[in-house]
Design a protein around this ligand. Structure first.
Ligand code: GLG
Length: 829
């Protein structure tokens, strides 16, 4: 393994590492020690960041003992584990989660108070690692939290981007991106291990050679970089377990060329370093619209190659029999981003371990499983054979052989059905010869799963029907989930306390126990307390937004919230049309402002920097907001609030305060959604289409507690098939026409009709996601929302039932499903 043996037999090395004393005074001592010796400052001269880093170091020391114990335990147990391969982890702030997991929140708060420090001031210091775009990245973070809390032997592998998702600012209502230098003030939760760096190669060529009469292939790479692992703790909740998240950073193999330096070409001397560091420099900010850039493929190969080598050399025992790999590990592929791991695994087994191709392939097909997170054809990554052949020549050869053997089997099963062969081929010739990574993952994976029932059904029936027919039983479903530790216990402590008071504390690790709240929904006193919690969360949000962005949410307003990435299929435009319709009704005098339910519309949304239409829609939301908020005729009854830079930390404030959760994507487009689950679990009612996990939320919370509108997926397909002409909906619906005309008139752009013309004409003449077709049903349902909100007590009852019936959406349950349906990993060692 990694040559760490000689110390092992020293008596001290055998003694389990003990955690520091967890008394208040013990914590004070540890904190001051870290402040003085790690930060090198006395309390009196310390900065808030010094104090935060010292606190973080102190908390991690408490978790260290368990972590080391766990790693030793997992190494010894050699039981089957999960390696989660994800290009994204949207972790959120770590301090509170680590305090919660180690039962140190109260001790730390008191200890710091003893030092004259308000722990909340230190919380604000933490910069959240934005190593993800949205749902997919956050899901990975929820999953590793659940794996640790459920004591499943597992490791998360990913990329330690130097710059995470960009910081969003608004200039004149338009999105402007700033680099996210999240590491600039230090990163106390990571442990670098340069000594465990892996060499990752690229480019070059391949050759065949005779190996004692066996013809073998080998790769002669042209250049390489070092992958340096940074370990992060993933503490389980109150179970004394700490799993590992290993993120890779790329550095040059030869960081500095002294010879070139001495020749005076200083830039050239460090070029290798700059070039190498580029690989893990920045997260690609696209959500569901991959760019297919070479650096992106370099990133994907870099982290999966490092992870596979790390597992084979550092986790497995030296003499491990590779034939037994399927009993030891399952690599879960989080979307198509890590799928290049399949040919890499084959290359290592065949070229390096000299395993027979068929034996290696049989093992590979048991060691990988693939989760698809989308239904948008453009989101399924394809790599051109030109690029693959240039960057990873040996991998392209292996992919070709996998495809040849696969198509042979298809031909055997279905005969010479050329159309089917072309449809199923991993390598497609149209529009250019390229590799379809989702097809490769499906052929190689032991299982393929979607992330919600409807999504998995559409995968089987519409996206990969041929594969579903060819591989009976390979396709399954695991509906997403979210961790109740972060999204209820930490984000909504008052609700958590109310639930614990009613049901005891067990719900935090067994969320289905929330069902016990159903009876409390009938209790007026409990309803009153529940409503007070919601009101308190709204006041907290108001304080936070005021301090953060100078924005406010007035008392007594319904908080109507739409927070998610900006994408046309999620239909933020439908929400805008609702606001403009309400506004137009008031200013045209057709609606008495007194009859309008006071609402604050809260948006949170980043657009991929290159996604022009998404950025226009952000501009329009801010433009509508500034006009509506300032119009005295509205009498403050409509209020648009769009705090910039929506992230996990802001989500933890917005979600507990929400009354209405907007989940309004076109049916058949949102694979699952996870925000929808977080809102329901925090007592918001959903207005939504039958799309993604909305369907399962509605089925569980009940039709009376869900505002359903819009076409179903089959109705969408039918309208598309018969020919969708959005302008017809504009013609026949007066409210819709008035709303669109108001936007087109320049009312929200200082009279300039050109500003939002592209948005308007896109709606009238393209409208790929049928905003206009669902408008009438949506507006009608919003009318029902207003009416329902008029009866606060009934609304609260419905909100309690949403919480009570959403326990299913715990990521712990998702993990149980993965274990039962895909991983078959045993309970903890
Ligand atoms: N890009 C994403 O966030 C994707 O993965 C998430 C996690 O599975 C899904 O909830 C979401 O619907 C999908 O678009």
């Amino acid at each position: 393994a990694s040559g760490r043996t000689q110390i092992a037999d020293h008596p001290l090395a055998l003694a389990p590492v003990s955690a520091p004393a967890s008394s208040v005074d013990g914590f004070v001592r540890e904190f001051l020690k870290n402040l003085n010796f790690t930060q090198g400052v006395p309390l009196s001269a310390s900065s808030p960041n010094d104090r935060y880093l010292a606190l973080a170091h102190t908390v991690r020391d408490y978790l260290m003992a368990r972590w080391l114990e766990d790693q030793r335990g997992q190494r010894e147990a050699q039981s089957k584990g999960v390696a989660y391969l994800s290009a994204e982890y949207l972790l959120g702030r770590q301090l509170d989660n680590n305090l919660l997991a180690s039962r140190l929140t109260d001790v730390a708060t008191e200890a710091l108070a003893k030092c004259g420090i308000d722990i909340d001031d230190l919380r604000q210091q933490e910069v959240e690692p934005g190593l993800g775009n949205g749902g997919l990245g956050r899901l990975a973070a929820c999953f590793i939290d659940s794996l640790a809390t459920m004591s499943v032997p597992s490791i998360g592998y990913g990329i330690r981007y130097e710059y995470g998702i960009f910081r969003q600012t608004f200039v004149d209502g338009q999105q402007v991106e700033q680099p996210d230098a999240w590491l600039s003030l230090g990163s106390p939760w990571e442990f670098p291990h340069p000594e465990a760096a892996q060499t990752i190669s690229f480019a070059g060529h391949t050759e065949t050679y005779d190996d004692d009469g066996v013809e073998r292939s080998r790769w002669i790479p042209a250049w390489n970089v070092q992958a340096v692992p940074y370990n992060y703790m993933v503490p389980g909740y109150h179970n004394g377990r700490v799993n590992t998240l290993r993120l890779w950073r790329s550095v040059a193999t030869n960081a500095f060329d002294l010879r070139i330096f001495n020749s005076g070409d200083y830039e050239e001397a460090v070029r290798a370093q700059i070039f190498a560091e580029n690989i893990s420099k920045v997260l690609y900010p696209e959500d569901s619209t991959p760019q297919g850039k070479e650096l992106r493929l370099q990133q994907q190969y870099f982290f999966v190659a490092a992870s596979i080598r790390d597992f084979l050399t550092n986790v497995l025992a030296e003499d491990f029999d590779l034939e037994k790999l399927p009993e030891r590990i399952i690599f879960q592929l989080n979307d198509t981003h890590p799928v290049i791991a399949v040919p890499e695994f084959m290359r290592v087994l065949v070229d390096e371990k000299k395993m027979d191709w068929d034996a290696a392939w049989a093992i590979t097909q048991q060691c990988f499983a693939y989760t698809c997170h989308t239904l948008l054809p453009e989101a399924l990554e394809v790599w051109s054979v030109d690029l693959l052949g240039r960057l990873l020549p040996r991998h392209l050869e292996i992919i070709y052989r996998i495809n040849d053997e696969f198509l042979l089997a298809v031909r055997e099963r279905f005969g010479d059905d050329e159309m089917r062969i072309r449809n199923m081929s991993i390598v497609s010739d149209f529009p250019e010869r390229s590799v379809r990574m989702a097809y490769l993952a499906t052929v190689a994976g032991a299982k393929v799963n979607g992330v919600a029932e409807l999504h998995s059904q559409l995968l089987r029936d519409k996206v990969l029907p041929d594969f579903n027919e060819f591989y009976p039983g390979k396709f399954t479903n695991v509906t997403n989930g979210v961790t109740p530790r972060r999204f209820i216990r930490l984000a909504n402590p008052q609700l958590a306390d109310l639930i614990t008071e009613a049901l005891g504390a067990g719900w935090t690790v067994d969320l289905e126990r929330l069902r016990g709240l159903e009876s409390f929904a009938e209790d007026p006193e409990f309803r009153a307390r529940f409503a007070e919690v919601k009101a308190a969360n709204k006041r907290t949000l108001n304080t936070v937004l005021l301090a953060r962005d100078g924005l406010s949410v007035p008392d007594g307003h319904m908080l109507d919230v739409m927070v998610k990435r900006l994408h046309e299929y999620k239909r933020q435009m439908l929400k805008v049309l609702h606001i403009v319709t309400s506004y137009e009704g008031i200013i045209s005098g057709r609606v008495d402002v007194k009859d309008v339910t006071p609402r604050t519309f809260i948006f949170g949304a980043k657009a991929a920097p290159g996604y022009v239409m998404a950025k226009r829609i952000i501009h329009l939301i801010n433009a509508v907001g500034s006009v509506v908020n300032a119009d005295p005729r509205v009498e403050g009854r409509l209020n648009v609030v769009f705090p910039p830079n929506y992230n996990v930390t802001l989500a933890e404030r917005v979600i507990p305060a929400a009354d209405l959760s907007e989940q309004i994507s076109l049916a058949g487009k949102e694979a699952s959604g996870t925000g929808n689950m977080k809102f329901a679990l925090n007592g918001a009612l959903t207005i939504g289409t039958d799309d993604g996990a909305n369907v399962e939320i509605r089925e569980l919370v009940g039709d009376d507690n869900f505002f359903l509108f819009g076409m179903t997926e089959p109705e969408v397909e039918a309208l598309w098939a018969e020919g969708y002409r959005p302008s017809e909906f504009y013609q026949k619906d007066e409210d819709l026409r008035r709303a669109i005309d108001l936007i087109a008139s320049g009312a929200f752009s200082g009279g300039d009709r050109t500003t939002f013309e592209p948005v308007v004409s896109n709606l009238l003449y393209d409208d790929r996601f049928m905003v206009l077709a669902d408008y009438a049903s949506y507006i009608a349902e919003q009318g029902k929302v207003d009416a329902a909100y008029g009866d606060q007590d009934a609304w609260t009852r419905s909100a309690i039932l949403n919480v009570a019936r959403s326990g299913y959406f715990s990521s712990d349950r998702s993990m149980r499903d993965y274990i039962q349906r895909i991983w078959h990993t045993p309970p903890a060692y």
